[in-house]
Design a protein around this ligand. Structure first.
Ligand SMILES: C[S@@+](CC[C@H](N)C(=O)[O-])C[C@H]1O[C@@H](n2cnc3c(N)ncnc32)[C@H](O)[C@@H]1O
Length: 503
């Protein structure tokens, strides 16, 4: 039968009419994230891989065309031709075939349609990437240049941490399907997507046309090589970062320690990121005996490093020993332990790296910080933290911070949770420990003194910090040694961690 061979390039960039017709078929059939997740009973399309096509229950869909589209493009099934033709109009069928989204094949059970690609809704776009299984159940080998699925959990995290504030010229490096570039196209004037493989470049161009993103251009090249001497005010990247001895799986392999591409991208920022611009990335790197990942990233910026602020939002980690064991299972080379030890690698950390190049005023020390990535952390959280930390440092340097905070009117943060542990004390249960927690802007947890809890509840957005202090002092809620300067520092730290917010 006519199966897509692994090396064959699927998809044809047909006419505008074909793209428009396919777009309107998918839209009118409600082939959108919310609807397909509801029908497939999953929280996120990143869970699609867990669904076995033969076990999928599509009874929640009243629309016959949506059922067929889900079977063809999400579950990657081959569907009887008459079943598809009955529910999809012939003009749309012609366009699906003209764009090579659908193919007709002769299977043991008769003629069937199957998709040449995996096609899904994500972040409000329709995205095609490579299939990950064959249509007839025969063994499937992923090609080395396989186009990475934009519904992978890491990509969804990457899309979330890209700021939605306006920008002029944006660049998506290692763009794969081009999903990062398309997300950027909503807030940037012009966007460039670059990937090293011809296959990813072809898919991204197809996706750009399908989604009518006229301000996106797609280029092929090794990292910055395709953009010559152009610069950008926003650069984003979700590069490969898995340690590997060969660069066989192009979407995954990141060189011996996994950091080759991450490092090359960061080294290019002084040349390609304009003052006033920001870089957003999801990646992995190492804490080593030379320093934490974010400190090493700062050094990769070279002589220009004092112009940049670096924040790494940690998500999870792995010891070199555990990673070495995992890698040894996948390859015949078992010397990973030795290699990691020789390189002084202490801990692999994964998360979001954001590097900002502010137009600096004065001699403010550049920021290098590690925070914890929360489920709700997005690009705006990074933008806020960078602004806040810079303002805080500048005001502190000018001796203006205490005055500004004392006049602020914070209120309890939307995501503040106060966790109280009770312990038995002299035969009764008494509060023994209070921990403040927040998941936005970043994950934070801080143990506080018991007396602070009612004081925090006094922040109502109406009272200034100075008034809240006076009130607490008058009611003897504060220990005598705790002065207004201490209270102001406490309030500033609480704002930084999201326990308090100024709206
Ligand atoms: C993990 S995938 C991410 C794709 C996409 N950004 C996403 O988030 O879904 C990494 C991508 O980097 C590309 N890539 C690998 N090495 C590259 C290089 N030297 N220059 C540009 N792109 C590269 C691969 O082809 C692949 O598309």
């Amino acid at each position: 039968m006519a199966e897509p061979s692994n090396n064959e390039m699927p998809l044809l960039t047909g006419s505008d009419d074909d793209f428009a017709r396919v777009g309107s078929l998918l839209k009118s059939s409600e082939f959108d994230e919310e609807t397909v997740c509801r029908i497939l009973r999953i929280d996120s399309l990143s869970n699609l891989g867990a669904i076995k096509p033969q076990e999928a229950d599509l009874s929640a869909s009243e629309s016959q065309s949506l059922r067929s589209l889900i079977k063809l493009f999400l579950l990657l099934e081959a569907v009887r031709c008459e079943d598809v033709e009955r529910v999809i109009d012939s003009a749309s069928m012609d366009s699906l075939l003209a764009l090579d989204l659908l193919r007709r094949g002769v299977f043991e059970e008769g003629d069937r349609y199957y998709s040449s690609v995996f096609l899904y809704p994500v972040a409000g776009f329709l995205i095609a990437s490579d299939r990950h299984r064959s249509a007839d159940g025969s063994p499937f080998v992923l090609p080395p240049d396989a186009v990475f699925p934009a519904v992978f959990i890491g990509t969804l995290r990457f899309l979330r941490i890209i700021s939605t504030s306006p920008s002029q010229d944006a660049l998506d490096l290692c763009s794969g399907t081009g999903i990062g570039a398309m997300v950027l196209s909503r807030c940037a004037e012009r966007v460039t997507a670059c990937d090293i493989t011809a296959r990813a470049t072809h898919f991204a161009e197809f996706n750009r046309l399908l989604n009518r993103c006229s301000n996106v251009e797609v280029l092929q090249g090794d990292l910055y090589s395709a953009i010559a001497d152009r610069d950008f005010d926003r650069i984003v990247a979700h590069p490969p970062y898995v340690p590997s001895l060969s660069m066989e799986q192009i979407y995954r392999d990141g060189g011996e320690t996994g950091e080759t591409l991450v490092r090359n991208i960061i080294e290019g920022l002084p040349r390609c990121l304009r003052p006033g611009g920001t870089f957003y990335s999801v990646c992995a790197g190492w804490d080593t005996r030379e320093g934490a990942f974010e400190e090493r990233a700062r050094r990769w910026l070279g002589d220009a490093q004092k112009d940049f602020d670096v924040i790494f939002a940690f998500n999870n980690d792995m010891s070199p020993e555990r990673l070495a064991r995992q890698l040894a299972q996948q390859s015949s080379d078992g010397r990973w332990d030795e290699r990691f030890a020789d390189a002084g690698l202490e801990r692999l950390v994964y998360g979001a790296m954001v590097i900002d190049r502010p137009e600096r005023e004065g001699d403010t020390e550049p920021l290098t910080a590690r925070v914890r990535l929360g489920a709700l952390t997005d690009g705006e959280c990074f933008d806020w933290m960078l602004r806040w930390r810079r303002n805080r440092a500048q005001m502190e340097a000018r001796g203006e911070l205490a005055f500004a905070i004392s006049r602020a009117k914070p209120q309890m943060g939307e995501h503040l949770q106060v966790k109280v542990t009770y312990a038995v004390e002299e035969g009764t249960l008494a509060p023994a420990e209070v921990v403040l927690e927040s998941i936005k802007p970043f994950l934070a947890a801080t143990k506080i003194d018991l007396w602070m809890m009612p004081v925090i509840a006094n922040f109502d957005g109406e009272r200034t910090v100075a008034e809240a202090y006076e009130m607490a002092r008058n009611c003897s809620m504060i220990p005598p040694a705790f002065q207004i300067a201490d209270f102001i520092r406490l309030a500033a730290d609480m704002i930084e961690r999201g326990y308090l917010e100024i709206r």
